[in-house]
Write a protein that binds this ligand. Sequence first.
Ligand SMILES: Cc1ncc(COP(=O)(O)O)c(C=O)c1O
Length: 446
Amino acid sequence: MSARYQVTGTTAVEISASIESGIRAAALPPGAALPPVRALAAELAVSPATVARAYQELRQRGLVVTAGRHGTRVRPRPPVAARRSALRPPPAPGLRDLSTGEPDATLLPPLGPHLATLAAAAGAPVSYSGAGVLPELVEAARARLAADGVPAGELTITGGALDGIERLLGAHLRPGDAVAVEDPGWANLLDLVAALGLRPIGVPVDDDGPLVAGVRSALAAGARALVVTSRAQNPTGAAVSAHRAGELRELLAGRPDLLLIEDDHAAELARVPLHPLAGATPTWAFLRSVSKPFGPDLRLAVLVGDETTVARVAGRARVGAGWVSTVLQRLVLALWRDPAVTELVDRAAGSYERRRGALLAALARRGLAAHGRSGINVWLPVPDETSALTTLRDAGWTVAPGALYRIAGPPGLRITVSRLADGDVEPLADALADAVRPAPGVGFTA
Ligand SMILES: Cc1ncc(COP(=O)(O)O)c(C=O)c1O
């Protein structure tokens, strides 16, 4: 814990409020360790049970995580807003930052021309009664999904993939329910699951997607929902293969009670075919975000699923946020229809594939087996994340620690290649090879 932040309070409510306030003020930054229960209890002159209750409340709300001998820590992205700069401190000057998971901004379609066209064509202001999902967007989305073999279902629009996942989990599960998620898996999803008070059950992943045995044991352990990334799995780059999809569909077919959520966020950027699981269970949803190919700021995803599931999501949205702005819907439609944008997205896909391939090949030449079948990330198993990160920093690179993505899986690093220049590949591979070597043992040598 930050030496300067003094937790105060004599009741569980006061103690948890004091810690929350420390998180908000960034005095307790992401990853900060809270004092052991007994130590804080002694310091505040309260019983250990009082501090334990405060920690439990914060844990249930997804603000902190307790991980065995590592004690209780602030989550990487706790669901209370802290100063933005505290959430992701800028890398030290001179460091090359490959930790972001962002697409290459120079390969995102420029929005200016389409915004200008929309502005020129804008009619009367859209009212509450005139808003909703645009039929022409639905039609275009259906055609795009059908081309990839996604079963036809009901369709709605959400404010991005994560918004869709949140709405799906909220519509079907209750706090305390278990959700099967990939391990390693998308850090934002792990944070969301924690913030919703749900219990994640990790499912190991290989290059072909979630392991069948892992899904089977998550189901046996009571998972009420399963979230699978179709392609460009974050952080490993896995893509569900035809064979794995067949096995998983067979396993899931007997599970009418399971909510199956499929996240195809890579969408048009994925250079591998889609093998959907959608429809394997009666309760299912397939999400396709526009963030990676067209730009994260568009905040839009298409959600298709069975009638009940989509009706719950759309109905809940109607009594809350309402709808995704038709301005955004029109913009996405314009981007989808523009052949020049299609070409640019295809160029981006090719560029990511080339950069990923170059890094994987360079690592293979150094005897390192890394992962990255699709997407913008490469996952490199390492014996020790902290020492690997230190070695890399000394060599001028910063990458994302695997701890952000792992539940119980082995350590690794996520390297975002979206902006990796050709000339950087060999020096980076050298630095990674150094980082992977186990730290020399301490002690005397002759
Ligand atoms: C696995 C996964 N799903 C979805 C997204 C995109 O989510 P959103 O549509 O909320 O921007 C990302 C972005 O990094 C991701 O890694």
